[in-house]
Design a protein around this ligand. Sequence first.
Ligand code: ADP
Ligand code: ADP
Length: 225
Amino acid sequence: GEPVLVLDGIQHAYHRTVAVRGISLSVRPGEIVAVTGPSGCGKSTVLHVAAGLIRPQSGTVRLFGQQLEGAGDDERARLRRSKIALVLQFGQLVPELTGLDNVALPLLLDGHDPKEARRLALSWLERCGAQDLAEVGPPEMSGGQAQRVAVARSLITSPQLILADEPTGSLDSIGGRELLDLMLGEARRSGAALVVVTHDNSVAARADREIRLLDGVIASEAVLA
Ligand code: ADP
Ligand code: ADP
């Protein structure tokens, strides 16, 4: 099928720090891509560009066949809400809401029946091993707990593309691996494409393809079995 994501010649600098210098890649429906490489090589920047959160200085982004450059802010937000799930490192949960309502939020914003949304949210919390957090507010959660809730929230909308930035960063390695297993499993089960930024070699080994960045460029690309 048509690629869900195409990056073409992406370059981006923060002030004088050139973070990404000419990255092109294409992700097929259902494909699981691991983006790896040392700290500071540009992984997060690539993911933020793909999500439409950063406008690159040059290059183009196409999501589901639609060019982001031409899209207005509302259109980008709509694309993000309807087809993409983002799991970012920081600042993802609404501190005033319970764990349950954070997970239900995408459905509530979309006008779903609140009771049904909360029922589904509870089942996703359970699948993510976070049912105990239904009534807990984000300020009371550990980093790892907050990430479990964020993953549950990202999966509740049945996204076609999941963009995840080191979702296990705040988890101990066993808990982190469990959560990544869940994300990989859900992506495989539902046919969603997954682009996951990770330091973890065992995660990368389970992807369909590993893209290794070095100093803002693709240093190597490996198709895995
Ligand atoms: P990682 O190496 O795990 O990606 P970093 O600590 O490099 O984590 O980055 C974490 C976040 O901080 C990123 O979202 C990035 O945008 C931001 N960041 C990284 N470096 C800088 C910097 N020099 N100035 C401001 N923000 C930065
Ligand atoms: P990675 O995710 O691989 O750690 P990043 O994309 O976070 O890499 O960062 C790439 C480079 O850009 C690093 O040198 C980082 O310090 C810098 N950087 C990232 N975000 C910012 C920012 N908001 N302001 C300034 N520099 C940044």
